[in-house]
Design a protein around this ligand. Sequence first.
Ligand code: MG
Length: 367
Amino acid sequence: MSRERATLAPYAMHSEASRGRRYAESPHPYRGPFQRDRDRILHSGAFRRLAYKTQVFTGDLGDYHRNRLTHTLEVATVARTLARALRLNEDLVESLALAHDLGHPPYGHAGEDALDECLANHGGFSHNRQGLRVLELLEQRYPEFPGLNVSAEILDGHAARIDKHFDAGNLIEVQVVEAADSIAYDTHDADDAMELGLLTLDELLEIPLWRQARDQLRESYRNLRGKTLRRALLHTLIDWQVGDLVAQAERGIALHNIRSAENAKAAPTIVRASSPLLERKRELEQFLFDRVYRHPDVLRLREEAQTSLRAMFAGYVQRPELMPERFLERVPHDGVERTVCDYLAGMTDRYAEREYGRLFAGKDERH
Ligand code: MG
């Protein structure tokens, strides 16, 4: 703790001020509470399964592009850079980043939308709310309590994602992870889409943000082309955005006179891109939406994924005994629909595919 006092800024979340855990535990002899949270998240089954879950593009398409796990690690590394530059609590930031996508079902947002539809009359489904269920309930690794029993600051930070409460009321550590997520997916979805041939670099260079980066690079490197140019552009774009956020945050901390974690929660969000960059990011996101997330190949896979998840949902609701014991046990408490959804949401893409083929595909073809 004295290490935190020496290295963290006064506005950082100091672990000695943590509100603690739901189920009280004695302190660890040499790991701080947020360090312990990070270790628990990293050792969870839900975390490992991120390796086989879609980020934007399914695993069938190749080995280059991001999956949920590599995306999560990229978010964590960008968030740590921001945290170190601002002297925030890196253990807390890393825990939040590693946990930020734990509730994602198989098949990315296509899977999320399908499950939300299936649960329309039973409370709906969102990956952010599911993330809290994973942290508080579904991971069963300790005899003393359900879930991972992480610190209150991790649960609060994750809960802020549910209704996108990022305008105010959050620790700077929470704000940093949200900003890092946006940097990571804006940049890497474009990179993956180029690798998969959905976009060309020339098309991306029509977007002002990418063009500006290219113009800047040309000042130092005249002859960069092809993949080398593409990678250099990605580095430049990430670096720009991180630099802009650090400067903006420092300005906000001074402007709102933020001197403690409590002050930070009372102030508006300070980790946000400057307005010119925000505008450039919006243009890029619109472009990615039209050209990548709504690309016919992506939409076709989306449709297939949703068909199989819907069939599985109906199938398991009809025959809950097909689920493993530990889910079946939850049915009387949570109801069959929610329990089936928990089971489905925990699946990796490939596991879902296998179970669909094994249990439900034949049945579905008769329709
Ligand atoms: Mg994410």
